[in-house]
Design a protein around this ligand. Sequence first.
Ligand SMILES: N[C@@H](CCC(=O)N[C@@H](CS)C(=O)NCC(=O)O)C(=O)O
Length: 202
Amino acid sequence: MKLIGSLTSPYVRKVRIVLAEKKIDYDFEVDSPWTPETQVPNINPLGKIPVLLLDDDTPLFDSRVIVEYIDSVTPNNKLFPSPNRERTEVKRWEALADGICDAAASAFLESKRPKKEQSADWIARQRDKIVRGLEFMAEELGEKPFCMGTHVSLADIAVGTALGYLVLRFADINWQESHPNLAKLYAKLMLRPSFADTIPQG
Ligand SMILES: N[C@@H](CCC(=O)N[C@@H](CS)C(=O)NCC(=O)O)C(=O)O
């Protein structure tokens, strides 16, 4: 199995954390779709990372499909509950966390365009999504030790990767101060080798 992705993408990090939690060996090929020499469009028509290349050369994308697949083919450390209301809740946490990453990535890319082509309104719209998403997360987490209660699930992995991406790209959104319960969860997750070994670089 080969994972293709960059060292900064939160979606790639989510997959790497799941593979580490599951103790699955894999090859990791660093490829950023933003570089001219990228090979990503040849394996994912959408030109996005992560892509998981299975042993029979089937390319899997996107990150939500990949993590659900990995969890379904491995018996140990289940990160999703079996299909029921709880599973839908885990997937909603993931949609929320990924949605924050989508907004953060979009605002970041906009801020990288030439100054006179940038839209301040667009950036503000994406930042509002991030702020509202964080508020929703903090409220849903409350005083629970983990998103789904007493055990780690994919919900925590998705939330942790989104929070880590904000640390990398939007340190000025000081979510640690406004949401101490999210800061507590993040600190707990960072003690896990799966998180500590995949801190985004770039
Ligand atoms: N929903 C997708 C999002 C993937 C995504 O947007 N990846 C970014 C990197 S962080 C990318 O490859 N962007 C390249 C592009 O949009 O052309 C997933 O969960 O895998």
